[in-house]
Design a protein around this ligand. Structure first.
Ligand SMILES: C[S@@+](CC[C@H](N)C(=O)[O-])C[C@H]1O[C@@H](n2cnc3c(N)ncnc32)[C@H](O)[C@@H]1O
Length: 246
């Protein structure tokens, strides 16, 4: 580790123990949720439903892991899909895999979103499937695409209920290659007030984080990467950055 990297690592630990900083970050996330702060951003022209901090983390992961394939559940307007594809383009420009690709799955790809995604210059690196991410036929198609890929990164950001995320983890997490990541988004739901998402099929006790915790009980080849969330402090993925360690 270089002196600079050690300095950063030490500072991340210090920051994560800074009670005032940690408290103000979590107050920010709680205050920003109901006003839908995370809907205010875009990537290369496509709306993305993410916090800027998580976008930076995703960018770092895509560069660090140099995936041949990224599997994403939850497309919405396509912002995260375009960001992944654009990062693969930049990886290629920096000497990485020129053929790296993204597969996105969404139960409902709205026509206007499909049109915009398909005409985007980054679409050349994207394949989309419409249907439930846990539909066995879709899972099989994604697994075929992943066959033989040396480095695979997985992002789960579709329906955030416990059962659905658990089923997604069972379907896709094992595509993640050793030293790469499966990132589970919106684990933050467990840490926010229960009434903050009115009318949603998830809440405290039934969400992405409860699914991660249950799934990890029988999957010791993944570990929660606390360093990433401690670096971000503002993230919707606490306990959601899962690193495949074996
Ligand atoms: C939070 S949005 C995805 C945001 C996107 N990843 C981004 O960063 O901009 C969740 C998406 O999941 C989709 N979805 C909901 N249930 C699903 C399911 N069973 N299978 C696949 N996608 C689903 C919704 O249609 C919606 O577009």
């Amino acid at each position: 580790m270089s002196d600079f990297q050690k300095e950063v690592a030490d500072r991340i630990v210090e920051n994560s123990q800074n009670e005032a900083l940690v408290k103000s970050a979590s107050q920010f996330v709680e205050a920003a949720t109901a006003p839908k702060y995370c809907y205010n951003f875009s990537f290369l022209g496509r709306p993305i439903i993410q916090y800027p901090q998580d976008m930076v983390a995703v960018q770092e992961l895509i560069y660090a892991t140099q995936p041949d394939l990224i599997v994403e559940t939850g497309i919405a307007h396509g912002g995260s899909l375009i960001m992944s594809a654009a990062m693969l383009e930049l990886n290629a420009a920096c000497g990485g895999n020129p053929d790296a690709h993204v597969v996105g799955i969404d139960i409902d790809i709205r026509e206007h979103n499909r049109v915009e995604i398909e005409k985007h210059p980054m679409f050349k690196r994207i394949t989309m499937f419409e249907g439930s991410s846990i539909d066995p036929q879709i899972v099989d198609q994604v697994k075929k695409i992943a066959e033989g890929k040396e480095r695979v990164l997985v992002f789960l950001d579709s329906m955030h209920s416990h059962d659905h995320v658990l089923a997604e983890l069972e379907a896709y997490a094992n595509l993640t290659t050793v030293e790469s990541y499966c990132v589970v988004f919106d684990t933050i739901i467990e840490d926010l007030p229960d009434d903050i998402y009115p009318g949603r099929p998830w809440g405290v006790g039934d969400n992405a984080k409860t699914a991660v915790h249950e799934w990890l009980k029988s999957n010791d080849h993944f570990e929660i990467d606390k360093q990433t969330e401690n670096k971000l402090l503002i993230t919707v993925c606490p306990d959601g950055f899962l690193k495949r360690v074996r």
